[in-house]
Design a protein around this ligand. Structure first.
Ligand code: A2P
Length: 334
């Protein structure tokens, strides 16, 4: 592949910095790299392969000469600047939710629907973090037995809500140890020692009682799998974990899938690591998935309440497979 001129938009954020790290770690062929963020980061520098690169303030002229731009600076920034970048001939891989459900924009998890990448018109959307890891694990089972219905509950890390959210959990831990009152700013309630069934933290609830995050899992799963007939219901929960989302997933299939068959399918699936030896207490954990690119699956069992259903536990690093690595993978396909 010819080296590319790359920009990272939102380079100073948690996902932005993981994007930079992933480009480095995967030896992405970079001819030149530009880091973009808001006015607040004007004087900052970020390292790329040992070189200190000044962060530039994003504006309408930022994309001249850029070939690939990885965006992770929030929905409103993507809404405004992705079309400007695309007009300048740049291909945008956008981590926000701004473009995901646009019928003109491919929504891509390379292990599932890499063939959609070529249909882009300048913008490719990176799906929601919880959705990505779920579809990586479910695609091989869907191909074999057709999934009719998915019931998922998530246990999502605070890093999915950005660096202020991680800091809030750490601050609450420290305040608790010191016997001081806990400060609540980012999350709607205390996150330390809690599970909060509301993601995102602001304006979460839709008219049907689901949160935006839950409806993303419903809608994005159908689009990525290319099958609007898959029924999905989700409950998404923030837990006091820093890295990696965990998911309890129940699937009902048209054709029965035994545990052995599911294990065989997952053992051979791209991007999946099967970790399923309950007798030895081997199953995926958030701490072991952190820093890894793969999606980990275990606790696979036949649902005793239904003749054609399986339960499983799916874990992945939400900032890597759930965001930065998936985006860089798409850029590699480009
Ligand atoms: P900055 O650091 O200058 O505020 P996180 O989700 O981890 O908080 O990161 C958000 C990222 O998006 C940061 O890099 C942030 O830059 C960037 N960002 C937020 N708003 C804008 C904006 N209006 N223009 C450019 N970058 C933005």
């Amino acid at each position: 592949m010819n080296p590319k001129v790359v920009a990272v938009v939102g380079a100073t954020g948690l996902v932005g910095r993981k994007m930079i790290e992933t480009l480095e770690n995967r030896n992405f062929p970079v001819k030149a790299i530009k880091f973009l963020a808001s006015e607040r980061s004007r004087v900052r520098k970020l390292a790329y392969k040992g070189e200190e690169i000044p962060v530039e303030v994003l504006d309408e002229n930022s994309f001249k000469g850029i070939e690939i731009a990885l965006f992770s600076a929030g929905g409103s920034t993507s809404k405004k600047f992705a079309p400007i970048a695309a007009k300048d001939g740049c291909v945008v891989v956008d981590n926000s939710s701004a473009w995901r459900m646009d019928p003109e924009v491919p929504l891509v998890v390379p292990e599932v629907n890499a063939h959609e990448i070529k249909n882009h018109k300048g913008i490719i959307a990176n799906p929601n973090c919880s959705t990505i890891q779920m579809v990586v694990a479910l695609k091989p089972i869907h191909d074999f037995a057709r999934i009719e219905r998915i019931v998922v509950s998530t246990y999502q890390a605070v890093s999915g809500a950005g660096q202020n959210a991680v800091q809030e959990l750490l601050n609450q831990m420290q305040a608790y140890v010191e016997g001081k009152p806990l400060e609540i700013k980012v999350f709607p309630h205390q996150i330390l020692f809690n599970c909060i069934p509301q993601i995102p933290q602001k304006d979460a609830f839709e008219a049907n009682g689901y949160t935006n995050e839950e409806m993303k899992m419903v809608n994005e799963t159908k689009k990525i799998m290319g099958d609007p007939s898959i029924q999905v219901t989700a409950t998404t929960v923030r837990v006091p974990v820093i890295s990696s989302h965990s998911e309890s997933v129940n699937i009902q299939t048209e054709k029965k899938v035994t545990v052995e068959k599911a294990r065989e399918l997952l053992a051979n699936a791209p991007g999946v690591v099967l970790m399923d030896d309950p007798a030895k207490q081997v199953y995926p954990l958030a701490t072991m998935a952190a820093g890894r690119w793969e999606t980990f699956v275990g606790r696979i069992r036949e649902d005793i309440s239904h003749p054609r259903a399986l339960d499983m536990w799916i874990v992945a690093d939400n900032l890597l497979k759930g965001a930065a690595y998936n985006a860089v993978q798409i850029a590699e396909y480009l």
